[in-house]
Design a protein around this ligand. Structure first.
Ligand SMILES: Cc1cc2nc3c(=O)[nH]c(=O)nc-3n(C[C@H](O)[C@H](O)[C@H](O)COP(=O)(O)O)c2cc1C
Length: 365
């Protein structure tokens, strides 16, 4: 008899057995030599917790709000294209799993089920993640998200050019399912499009994305705007100045540019610069409740998980995604108790120790 997974590593191992080789590698891989992907983990592991004892920690509250939306815990599901590769119910199952855990799912632009199909079955709050390809396409997607009752728009800003994962090039991986948000549309295709006519292979406007488009996006929707992929204090400050509501500090799980700092190493300077003027979140490498606690104590409101959602889907569809989130909930809760903390909204900074050598300030640019 197989034992239930007791942590995210168990889910990962089980998913590896279940998924086809090329799909597994597409999910797991990072860009180029995958140094940043590994660094996301080693940096989180380099942070230490300082337990505080002899405090009453009987009652612990993991609930919070994200851009005003109540969530049962400070962990959300990151946007990722094409969930059908891990489960036939794809993003519909992910939305249900997130809903069961009372938290947000960020729906990618490049999904296998459309905005409307996911909205129909979602039981929790959903955000739209936008890959800007042209103003027409972005406006069309934002309108549909508004009509579907989505709570925010999360624009990915760290992907000016496509970065095929080298493992996937070697495996000749080509996403096998349709990108449902563009079903029946004559989205620009042509010589630069991959074998399946993937509209994401054609993205000239992604390389032209600047703060002008941020102002434009602000002007076309009343929904809160989050920028995903900010890596440093300068861009975080510009986000404040351009009236952005939230910043997701992320290096895309190391899947875009290799050789950068990990997300968690980038965080302290961003927190200091932003100084509470917008909400901060973090993803890339979160695998344990103690990772969540570390990021929160350093100043983010919530964290996201990327690859683990695919592990959950592969193992058990919606139940699997729910299972992953519930493990993180339990681990976070326990880590809080050990560190003398009773509310995720009032964590003490002093429970986390950062190596003295950390941050961009330690490098000459
Ligand atoms: C298979 C896969 C597809 C992804 N697709 C997208 C996407 O469409 N848009 C996006 O902004 N981020 C995408 N991401 C990045 C995630 O949103 C997130 O930043 C990253 O996975 C977090 O790191 P982690 O996997 O270590 O948790 C993708 C990640 C994976 C693994």
């Amino acid at each position: 008899m197989r034992l239930e997974p007791i942590n995210l590593h168990d889910y990962e191992a089980r998913a590896k057995e279940l998924l086809p080789y090329n799909v597994w590698n597409e999910v797991e891989s990072g860009a180029m030599d995958e140094v940043t992907t590994r660094r996301n983990r080693t940096a989180l592991e380099a942070l230490v917790l300082k337990p505080r004892l002899l405090r009453d920690v009987q009652h612990r509250d993991l609930s919070t709000t994200i851009l005003g939306t109540p969530v049962s815990m400070p962990v959300f599901v990151c946007p990722a294209g094409g969930h059908k590769i891990a489960h036939t119910d794809g993003e519909k199952a992910t939305a249900q799993g997130a809903g069961m855990s009372g938290t947000i799912m960020v729906l990618s632009t490049g999904t296998n089920y459309s905005i409307e199909e996911v909205a129909e079955v979602a039981t929790g709050p959903v955000w739209l993640q936008l890959n800007h390809r042209s103003k027409d396409l972005s406006q069309m997607l934002v309108r549909r998200a508004e009509e579907a009752g989505f709570k925010a728009v999360c624009l990915t800003v760290d992907s000016p050019v496509p970065v095929p994962q080298e493992r996937s090039i070697r495996n000749r991986y080509d996403h096998p399912f349709e990108r449902a948000n563009f079903r029946g549309m004559n989205v620009k295709t042509g010589a630069t499009v991959s074998a399946t006519g993937d509209p994401f292979a054609w993205r000239p406007d992604a390389a032209r994305l600047t703060w002008e488009e941020i102002d434009w996006l602000r002007s076309i929707t009343p929904l809160p705007l989050v920028l995903k992929g900010i890596r440093g204090p300068e861009d975080a400050l510009l986000a404040v100045e351009h009236g952005v509501n939230g910043v997701l500090v992320s290096n895309h799980g190391g899947r875009q540019v290799d050789m950068t700092l990990s997300s968690i190493e980038s965080l302290p300077e961003i927190v200091e610069t932003v100084n509470g003027r917008l909400e901060l979140y973090l993803d890339s490498g979160i695998r344990r409740g103690s990772d969540v606690l570390k990021a929160l104590a350093l100043g983010v409101r919530a964290v996201g998980i990327g690859r683990p959602l695919f592990w959950g889907l592969a193992v058990g569809g919606a139940e699997g995604v729910h299972g992953i989130l519930e493990i993180l909930r339990k681990e976070l809760d326990r880590a809080m108790a050990f560190c003398g903390q009773t509310s995720v909204q009032h964590l003490e900074r002093g429970i986390v120790g950062i190596p003295r050598t950390w941050g961009l300030g330690e490098y000459d640019f």
